[in-house]
Design a protein around this ligand. Structure first.
Ligand code: 8X3
Length: 256
């Protein structure tokens, strides 16, 4: 699939995988529609995407935890194009490493709102613009956490397990349309993921990657691009991608 002049919608585009994806798809000459809450950082992504060769970049502030905000986001997209080629549901993340017995309501609620309900809201609103688009691709960002649970990860693991099952159901529901649906499930990747999970504690965040060569955001962006560029009859339903040193969430080889 050639992505030149095609419309690509990315949530969580203010940093990490979303930002790297914006730059990667820009390099193909696509039109980008970038959503996130943090407008300043979103504008920085937009600048990077312009430099990388995007056909156009539209920045649309969106809070995926609120239905009205996602409705506005989708209405703006619909006013811009009637045909979306790629939707990357990337907004989400982990908050805290508490056990269930010590869990905080606000962390649980935010994780479920962003990773699960946000993905549902955005898909409900944007997918109708993809139903007649040859080779349209929805990429839902999951995690190895959705496949294997670990201590301190209960709600994040649960949210990503929900993402995986929602993706599978969506794949079934869209069978008969041209829309491909993928769950892209990374392992350890060095973005601000751990800084957010540890609520700004840089030392704890850095310790996650100590002695390991983790994935970087560009590894994931390159994979997203590969998924979207497959011939229109090819759908990669699921993809798990990890650093070589990580065999499972808790089985990590660290160099001394
Ligand atoms: C992040 C991957 O291994 O930290 O989604 O849970 S992991």
């Amino acid at each position: 699939m050639n992505l030149k002049d095609k419309y690509v919608v990315i949530t969580g585009a203010s940093s990490g995988f979303g930002r790297a994806a914006a730059v990667a798809f820009a390099g193909e000459g696509a039109h980008l529609i970038l959503g996130a809450r943090r407008v300043e950082r979103l504008n920085e992504t937009a600048m990077m995407a312009c430099k990388a060769g995007a056909a156009s970049v539209l920045v649309v502030p969106v809070d995926v935890t609120r239905t009205e905000s996602v409705e506005d986001f989708g209405n703006t997209i619909a006013q811009t194009t009637k045909s979306v080629q790629v939707l990357i549901n990337n907004a989400g993340g982990a908050l805290g490493v508490d056990t269930v017995l010590n869990g905080k309501d606000e962390d649980w609620e935010t994780m479920l709102q962003t990773n699960v309900l946000g993905l549902l809201r955005v898909t409900r609103k944007v997918a109708p613009l993809m139903l007649t688009t040859e080779g349209a691709t929805i990429i839902n960002v999951g995690s190895i956490a959705g496949r294997i649970a670990y201590e301190g990860g209960s709600v994040y693991c649960g949210a990503k397990a929900a993402e995986l099952q929602i993706t599978k159901a969506l794949r079934l529901e869209l069978c008969g349309t041209p829309v491909r649906v993928t769950s892209l499930d990374p392992g350890m990747a060095e973005t601000d993921f751990s800084l957010v999970r540890y609520k700004g504690d840089a030392e704890k965040a850095a310790a996650v990657y100590r002695g390991v060569h983790p994935l970087c955001a560009e590894d994931i962006a390159e994979t997203m691009l590969w998924l979207a560029k497959r011939p229109a009859h090819v759908c990669i339903d699921e993809m798990v991608i990890k650093p070589v040193a990580q065999a499972a969430p808790y089985k990590v080889f660290r160099k001394a």
